[in-house]
Design a protein around this ligand. Sequence first.
Ligand code: TRP
Length: 320
Amino acid sequence: MKTSLTGIKPTHLPHLGNYLGAIRPALSLVDHYRTLYFIADYHALTTVRDAEALRGYIRDVAATWLACGLDPERTLLYRQSDVPEVFELAWVLSCLIATGQLERGHAFKDVVARGESPNAGIFNYPVLMAADILLYDTDVVPIGKDQKQHLELTRDVATRLNHSYGDGTLVVPEALIGEAPLVPGTDGEKMSKSKGNGIPLFEPSKKLRKVIMGIKTSSESLEDPKPAEGSTVYQLYALIAPGEAPEMKRKLEAGGYGWGHAKEALFEAVDAEIGPKREAYLAIRADEAQLDALLHSGADKAREIAHATIQRVRRAVGID
Ligand code: TRP
């Protein structure tokens, strides 16, 4: 089986968009790959400046993935920071990457374009990400389009290292660019924490219902036919309940079916899908000692792989 690796940056409590756009698709890979999922806590440090909040997000993210079905018996789940070998590899890689290549990084350029001065962590972000991937002999990395450039840099530097120091030192990974669905938030824009348009994943049903009832819609009267395609309510419904979606589309387009009805149906479908996961999440999140122990035992196994890679790299570059 090939190895697939995914990093998750713990910058906020995951929302429905994370579940539909990232978590659910990623968890479907376990049947086809040996899977490694890690919490990229050192990457989060480029933006999160509140220690207590970061501590919370790390556990929120781990508990969310576990509650959504990540089986730690089949998937290696660990914290990036529990495997410090990643920094050793990052240094070696950084000596093979031109600063110009990092200056062309999208994230780095975006910060500069906003007129802000990026910290060196943002500049070096892609180097640490390459080390995350290469440390574990990763064959494929499932990513969204926004991470494509990072993968290209990873492949580049791995190829360069192999070329300089011997083929087979590092595995050159492939990007697995999935058709990650675009999940709209309550205002119709892509759901994102920073836009404040998120639909919560594990808040109580009542709160969930309130947020869903607040989704922006067009203002036809109840009798009017309504456009399903392109409406936020229908798009979300199609992601949650694909089997029932054609029926909702028909009703909306026929008229006599209001946005309120559609939102009610959406709420019920979301609540049915995440209700059991919410229970699991609350239980996992409540037992921090057990959650931490689980992450540590994942890290022990991850370190075995990391150790072998770093030995190989050290020997290859002449530091052994
Ligand atoms: N940069 C990724 C993101 O923002 C997170 C990440 C860090 C990652 N290291 C990784 C993803 C390694 C895949 C592989 O989503």
